[in-house]
Design a protein around this ligand. Structure first.
Ligand code: PXL
Length: 281
């Protein structure tokens, strides 16, 4: 009897705006993988571009949820965390990885910054906390800003050259994770992609596609969820990077063509069939 694969996704629920759990759940489920959740907060919308959003912190619920799970003898094939609202949440998630990580694939997306700026909800030293959590991960998925900040470096604006990207990938090994997927890589205007590195073998990969203009919210979570879905279903980090880039670019293209408000997230839903094909579900 084949046991169905199971992931625990640890993110907030932004009720509107297609990011975090409203993205991770459908994408991971679509590839035939059970997706359990630890919701860290409930917001009426994400924090990117909306004002007046509600924020109900669920930090107090994290330990009781995990304690109950422990009584059920559950096995998880992967853990996937993203946006975390405080140092306390970072520490609690680190404890979960220490406690329950075991043989599971631990994926950390250190969601906290983009385009050279830390999200306004975070204190300046937040990247230090995220770097500590990333040290426990098998795979980390930072964008260019998050990678630089976790390394204590200045953000460098693109387009990049190969030397900078290769150097950054190499320096990311200092964080202590097993592998990294770096998003927001580009060498010329009009292109965008991601790079991956396996720190054990030193093997790197690069996937570049035509860029879609404009900054759409939640694309990091669409990318991360697709990468987790692919890796849990057995794809290597380089293969998962390519699958996630194509899925994200397709979602961006649909939203651009529809003229969707960039704060509303991207239309990944109509690409789920393609994702299933790419992952060979
Ligand atoms: O997409 C990442 C994300 C997740 N959750 C919340 C956010 C953001 C990014 O701004 O605000 C609440």
């Amino acid at each position: 009897m084949n046991r169905q694969l199971r992931v625990a996704a640890i993110h907030d629920i932004s009720c509107f705006g297609r990011c975090s759990l409203t993205v991770a759940l459908p994408i991971i489920s679509a590839v035939g993988v059970e997706c359990s959740v630890i919701p860290t907060a409930v917001l009426s919308t994400h924090t990117g571009g909306f004002t007046g959003y509600t924020y109900r912190d669920l930090t107090e619920d994290i330990v009781p949820i995990v304690d109950h799970w422990k009584t059920l003898d559950l096995r998880f094939d992967a853990f996937y965390s993203g946006f975390l609202g405080s140092f306390e949440q970072i520490d609690l998630v680190a404890d979960i990885y220490d406690d329950m990580g075991g043989d599971a694939l631990v994926v950390v997306d250190p969601v906290m910054a983009d385009n050279g700026k830390l999200y306004t909800v975070f204190p300046e030293n937040f990247p230090k906390g995220m770097a500590k959590l990333c040290s426990k991960a098998d795979v980390i998925i930072p964008n260019m800003t998050e990678a630089a900040f976790m390394l204590g470096e200045e953000y460098v604006k693109g387009p990049y050259d190969r030397e900078y990207i290769d150097g950054l990938l190499e320096r990311l090994s200092r964080i202590g994770a097993g592998k990294a997927i770096l998003t927001g890589v580009y060498f010329e205007e009009g292109k965008l992609g991601a790079a991956s590195i396996d720190f054990d073998t030193g093997e790197t990969s690069l996937v570049m596609r035509d860029a879609v203009s404009g900054y759409y919210h939640g694309t990091g979570d669409v990318f991360g969820s697709a990468a987790v879905a692919a890796m849990v279903r057995g794809h290597c980090v380089a293969g998962a990077t390519e699958i996630a880039v194509d899925f994200t670019v397709g979602s961006l293209k649909r939203s651009y063509a529809a003229g969707t408000d960039k704060r509303f997230g991207v239309n990944f839903e109509e690409g789920l069939g393609d994702l299933m094909d790419a992952i060979h579900v």
